[in-house]
Design a protein around this ligand. Structure first.
Ligand code: ADP
Ligand code: MG
Length: 489
């Protein structure tokens, strides 16, 4: 199936082609025909599955471009407003459809001017309510979209949203998009949607299968070392590290900066300007690592995020899904990596069940393993490198004073110094140890439900066994390193 199979306007199709979209995503396949037919819809699909185009393309295809505001898209945050607006602008530019972005914290005048020239307004609830209630603007949109509706409710925007709808025309087509469908969302849907069709992309389709999910079990005090080691090992092009608190964000920014990484923090307290500058730097590659809180990274759409790290496991499965959805976007593959302490194993198992995906447990590579890895990469890279004229000149100059072998040794040392892996050799728990802990955690859950005493004793015995297994597996790992066997990772 391609986008030409939908009945979209030529000017819109042209934009889709230019955007490089080949095949519609599952949510697009289902939603676009329904919206074109004029139905209200309530659609559930995870982040990164192309929801913007799922509503944007069909409504824009139906717009007249008559200079009035024909579409209103309500989104939870300023970042999202800008992103969605950018994406819609791309889709609408050949059809002469302008977008205006409306959010708090900036002057009213310019925004109002833009709204007057726009076909589509993308707005956050607070500022939009302001503008409507004060009578600064009047809107008569035929299409109204609630994007990331669950986020909006989580952020406490329910009253604003209900109020906004009192200013909107009764005759309209309303589309609601949400990654999750908690009760509050369904209730709101009943109030604002008219005989809606449901689009639900099942879990297996929606938990982006292009995201490989790993978790690593570490002791509480090992989190920093583990994170640095894993970043060293995975060498992500662009990654986001999720934390629970702003304080943690600040601390990690300092820690990783000191380790020589290009890092920046993103949290709710930052000035809007500063946030935009930071996000732009991240997009353009000036920053490789973003350290963020959940709120700050909501809906953040940066292409090419190769890895998402959960420094701490999120409190609930929905946050987990939102977080890992920052990678594997637009059909690319990505990795999600979660650090858990032994106490959190039950939480990770619950999340695994909730999201319906397999989270693979792995052992953190030792320093020597990472070092060996880099050596292999280095050798491959050297073999591939083209010799430049400048390099030939440099070697000639060096040869005035040094013999060729010494020159080679010096250059190799220089490269290796840049490539050393720091930190202690072994971080985190071994596989056997983790397996035992999981088993114990699951049994413990059985006990919590009031199972018999026999189980409890079984646990105690295992605990001793686990200790022994621990030492054993660590020795095993060290000797494997010695033997150069990295196959187990
Ligand atoms: P969601 O709103 O579901 O989180 P977005 O609409 O932000 O997802 O889309 C995520 C990314 O995927 C965007 O960069 C978008 O341009 C891209 N994208 C959307 N649909 C397609 C498609 N059919 N083919 C390729 N890329 C797509
Ligand atoms: Mg979206």
């Amino acid at each position: 199936m391609t986008f030409t199979d939908f009945n979209l306007k030529d000017s819109i199709l042209q934009a889709v082609t230019e955007a490089g979209f080949k095949e519609p995503s599952p949510v697009q396949k289902e939603a676009i025909p329904l919206v074109l037919e004029g139905h209200d819809i309530i659609a559930q699909a995870q982040t990164g599955t192309g929801k913007t185009a799922a509503f944007g393309l069909p409504i824009m295809s139906k717009m007249k471009a008559d200079g009035s505001v024909e579409g209103l898209v309500i989104v939870p945050t300023r970042e999202l407003a800008m992103q969605v607006s950018d994406e819609l602008y791309r889709f609408g530019k050949f059809a002469g459809l302008k977008t205006a972005t409306v959010y708090g914290g900036t002057a009213y005048g310019k925004q109002i001017e833009r709204i007057k020239q726009a076909s589509i307004v993308v707005a956050t609830p607070g500022r939009l309510q302001d503008l409507l209630m004060s009578g600064k603007i009047k809107l008569n949109p035929q299409f109204v979209v609630l994007d990331e509706a669950d986020e909006m409710l989580d952020m406490g925007f329910l009253d604003e949203i209900k109020n906004i709808f009192t200013f909107l025309p009764k005759e309209r087509q309303t589309l609601m998009f949400s990654a999750t469908m908690p009760k509050g969302i369904r209730k709101l849907a009943e109030e604002i949607l008219n005989d809606p069709k449901t689009v639900s992309i099942t879990k297996s389709e929606s938990t982006n299968s292009k995201i490989t999910q790993y978790y690593y079990v570490v002791q509480e005090r090992e989190r920093d070392d583990a994170l640095v080691r894993l970043i060293d090992y995975k060498s992500p092009d662009k990654c986001i590290v999720f934390c629970r608190t702003k304080k943690e964000v600040d601390r990690l920014v300092a820690h990783l900066t000191a380790q020589g990484f290009k890092v920046s923090g993103l949290h709710g307290d930052m000035e809007q300007k500063q946030r935009e500058v930071t996000i732009r730097a991240f997009k353009s590659g000036g920053i490789d690592i973003f350290i963020a809180t959940d709120v700050a990274a909501r809906g953040l759409d940066v292409n090419d995020v190769t890895h998402v790290f959960n420094y701490h496991i999120p409190f609930d499965s929905e946050s987990y899904v939102h977080r890992i959805g920052r990678t594997g976007r637009g059909g690319k593959s990505g990795e999600a990596i979660t650090l858990v302490s032994p106490n959190e194993l039950r939480t990770i198992k619950r999340i695994e069940k909730d999201v319906g995906a397999k989270l693979v447990t792995q052992v953190i590579p030792t320093r020597i393993e990472v070092q060996n890895n880099r050596q292999d990469e280095l050798i491959a890279k050297i073999a591939e490198t083209q010799i430049t004229d400048k390099a030939i000149e440099l070697v000639k100059t060096l040869q005035h004073d040094l013999d060729i072998v010494t020159i080679a040794h010096l250059l190799a040392s220089m490269i290796q110094n840049e490539n050393t892996v720091k930190g202690k050799d072994i971080i985190g728990l071994g596989l056997e140890e983790v397996e035992l802990l999981i088993e114990r955690a699951m049994q413990q859950r059985g006990n919590d439900r009031g199972r018999g005493r026999g189980n409890y004793r079984g646990n105690n015995r295992r605990r001793q066994g686990g200790g022994g297994g621990n030492r054993h597996s660590r020795n095993g790992r060290s000797s494997r390193n010695g033997g150069g066997n990295r196959g187990s990772f």
